[in-house]
Each structure stands twice: as C-alpha cells, then as structure tokens.
Design a protein around this ligand. Structure first.
Ligand SMILES: Cc1ncc(COP(=O)(O)O)c(C=O)c1O
Length: 457
C-alpha cells in the first residue's frame, strides 16, 4: 500500500508535557513579556516554533551513544567516531569540532578574510554575515532573482546567481575574494534548496579562478532530499550519495550540528587545506578547546556522530519535508499568504499581505506573531521591520519546525490556529516600540499595541 498519511517514523519513549493556558492567561503573559515572544517563559508556550536550532529530539541510538562518551581531554575515541561519521558524508580531510556553527564561522573567516576582501554567498545567515564583517571583509548576497519573490513557485529558490558571481570576480579580481560560500538550504531565504546543477556551476567558476568553495551545510540533509524529489537524475540516489556528491564540489564547510546534526549543541569546520587547518586548530585552542573536542563534551561528539547519519534516513526526510509542506499547503489553500513553496525546516507567513491594514512601521510581523500566541499558545518569530529596521524588505513570520518533536496532530492544531487568526485578521492591531536596545533590538525590545489608527479597534 502507498500510504497517504504523513507518518512519523518513530515511536515515543519519553514524553515532555506541554501546558495549556487560557486566552486570558496568555493576554497577561504577553503583556508581562512586553509583546516580545523572546521574553516569554518557554513553559507558557504550547507549541514552540521559535527555531529549529538545537530544539530537536534525540533518538534512542543517540542517547545510547551519549553513554559511550569518552571525556578524555586529548585523543578521545569519541572524536574518532565523530570524525569518521563526518568524513563518511562530507569527505573533507580535516574535521575540526566547535561548540556551534558560528564558532566554525569565526575561525574560518578569521583565518581566511581581511579588510577589503569580499565573500559571496547565495544568502549569508545573520551570524555568517556578522562574522565576515567582523574581519573587515564585505559579505555579498548573490541569490537568483526567483529567490526574492515570496509568492513565486520554483524548485530551487536557494540557487546562487552564477553570472553575478562571475561578474563580481571579473570586477574585483580573484585576490579580493578569499572564498565563496553556498548555504544549503538557504535559511534566510525561507529554507529553500540549492540544486546540484547550481552547486556544480558555482564550483566550476570557483575552480576556474582558483577560489575555494565552502558550504554552510546546516541543513544539508534536507537539501539532499529536495534534490532527490525535484532534480532530474536524482530520484534513485540516496540522500547520503547526493550529499557526498555535493560536498565533493567544494573545499570545506561550516556546520551547525543543532540542525541536521540532530543534536542539541555542536558544530564543526572542515577543510582539505593542510595549512589552513593548522591555523584553524591554533585558533580553536585559543577560544574553543583542544582539536579533539573543540568546546564539546565527548558525549556531544557521540550524539552528533549518530545524528548526522539519522538525518539522512529516507523515512525521516520523507516525513520531515512532507510534514512542513502539509502545514504550508493547508494554510495556503485557505488563502493565507506564505513564502512559496514551503521550505524544509520552516513555513514563512507574509505578514504584510496577511495584515495589509498594518503599515510596516507598526510591525505587522510582530502583531501577527503575538496574535498566534494569543489564539493558540504558538510561539513564532518575526523576521521583518523589528529585526532589520529600515533594511527590512519583507515582514515575515517564521514557523520553524523542531526535528522529531511535534506530531501530525500538533501540525493539524497549528493549521487550525493559523486559520482562526486568518479569519479575524481585520481585528488585529499594529504595534509600537516602547524600548529598544542599540543593536539586535528584536531580542529585547518592548512593544505595545497601538491604541488608534490601524485596524477597526
Ligand atoms: C544557515 C545557518 N548558518 C549558520 C548558523 C549558525 O549556527 P549556530 O546557531 O549553531 O551558531 C545558522 C543557525 O541558525 C544557520 O541557519
């Protein structure tokens, strides 16, 4: 039988209770949190979609591996297992563990970049951009135009603009571009995948100019599954074979194991370059730890070694991608504006289209995120005017799905909550800031609903 039901390929051995609150309680809680969902205690959230990073559930095999953790300072056998697992997928010569993705970024760019350099990426994630800029280099996003149109359906909206890359190299000269990066999947662009064909073309350009190509590999397994589903010639290849083929196009990678490492903490940096690896390990010792643990416990290395392989299991990926698509497709079918098609790890609501009566200056994304919490105890995150101020091109609300945590009933409940909010959208009011920090204001900002102006209230 070819079952249509979306099927979690696991049974549940340990449960974590989640708590219902009443709408009246949530009104009080939201007020006390100054209408900023970051300031809510997690215990007062029913379904937490703030991020998919480090929030996944580990398997019995991972927990068993945790008990095998070798906590030796140097030469731990857990590091050997970690390195073997990473190399079986990524294939790079040097594997350097770090406490999470941004530590790998800081070390990579610290070693490779300097003032005046330029680093092209399909789209830099915010920590990636910040770490490039911290070295004095410039971070340039070269996303294909399809990736910038939320409503447009396209199989690979994470692709890099190869012609723009070629132009940039011609214009600046190879010397100013120490490396090119490809982020798979493209988080900032909505979890949209990069095709093998695009990665190949980018690799050809890089090789022709002698520029190293690095992958930001956080969601490599989800990207491999999209290639299997959507790219001609890959239907019969395993996700692992697809990942191996992609990484063979590059010279190294950074990775946050909090995503497709299926772990709650960890990351790594890989390279084929012996000289760079030595410099990177020297920096690692300075701030992260000895190269056989890199700021992680031996048990974390074990959990990642197992998790990386589990992330590539076809049954898991089938469920993961189908479940995210189910959420996106069900709300879109009722008219809710989302970034199309739904990504691998998240569904993005287009708050400007959802709440056209709220101008960007009144934070439609924050207003929508607050209403989702009031309606159903759902926590999401605004990616828009509060986060990026005047630089915001869109006001989105991201619903990021933790790995293996929520069931299909939870997803059905989410659909119900979002559609209820959609049905009374004209009653939602805009927000105004009452406090903001000088930088990264979205984490700590205080807001309140506007009392007049937008909306009938
Ligand atoms: C694409 C991408 N790169 C890098 C990072 C940084 O990883 P970490 O949060 O582990 O530092 C993230 C985290 O969300 C990400 O999504």
């Amino acid at each position: 039988m070819n079952a249509k039901t979306i099927f979690e390929p696991f049974r549940i051995k340990s449960v974590e209770p989640i708590r219902w609150t009443t709408r009246a309680e949530r009104e009080e809680l939201l007020k006390a949190a100054h209408y900023n969902l970051f300031l809510l205690p997690a215990d007062d959230v029913l379904i937490d979609l703030l991020t998919d990073s480090g929030t996944g559930a580990m398997s019995t095999h991972q927990w068993a591996a945790v008990m095998e953790g070798d906590e030796s300072y140097a030469g731990s056998r857990s590091f050997d297992r970690f390195k073997t697992s990473v190399q079986s997928i990524f294939g790079y010569k040097h594997v350097i563990p770090t406490h999470q993705g941004r530590a790998a970024e800081r070390i990579l760019f610290g070693v490779m970049c300097k003032k005046g350099d330029v680093v092209p990426n399909n789209t830099h994630f915010d920590t990636t951009r910040a770490n490039v800029e911290f070295t004095g280099a410039e971070a340039v996003d070269l996303l294909r135009p399809e990736g910038r149109q939320p409503a447009l359906e396209h199989p690979f909206k994470g692709n890099m603009d190869v012609a723009a890359l070629e132009n940039l190299i011609q214009r600046l000269g190879r010397e100013r571009i120490p490396l090119v990066m490809l982020t798979v999947t493209n988080n900032s662009g909505g979890g949209q995948p990069v095709s093998m064909e695009n990665a190949r073309q980018v690799s050809v350009v890089c090789r022709r100019h002698g520029i190293p190509l690095y992958f930001d590999a956080c969601r490599f397994a989800e990207n491999a599954w999209f290639i299997k589903l959507r790219e001609p010639g890959y239907a019969d290849r395993s996700p692992k074979e697809i990942a191996q083929e992609m990484f063979a196009l590059g010279d190294g990678c950074t990775m946050s194991a909090k995503k497709d490492g299926m772990a709650n903490i960890g990351g790594f940096l890989c390279t084929n370059d012996d000289r760079l690896a030595q410099q990177e390990k020297d920096l690692l010792i300075l701030t992260e730890g000895y190269p056989t643990y890199g700021g992680l416990a031996g048990r974390d290395l074990e959990a990642i070694a197992v998790g990386l392989q589990e992330a590539l299991a076809p049954d898991y990926l089938r469920y993961r991608i189908a479940s995210t698509a189910y959420l996106g497709n069900h709300i879109a079918a009722a008219g809710v504006p989302i970034v199309q098609p739904p990504g691998g790890h998240a569904v993005y609501l287009d708050a400007r289209a959802f709440l056209p009566h709220i101008p960007p200056a009144q934070f439609p994304g924050v207003a929508l995120a607050c209403e989702l919490y009031l309606e159903g105890g759902v926590r999401s995150v605004e990616i828009g005017t509060l986060m990026f101020a005047a630089a915001a091109q869109m006001d989105l609300v991201r619903l990021a799905i933790p790995r293996r945590v929520y069931t299909q009933s939870h997803v059905d409940y989410l659909v119900e909550v979002i559609l209820e909010v959609w049905n009374h959208r004209d009653r939602i009011r805009g927000m105004k800031l009452t406090y903001e920090a000088p930088f990264l204001r979205h984490f700590t900002a205080h807001l309140e609903p506007v009392s007049d102006g937008a909306g009938p209230h």
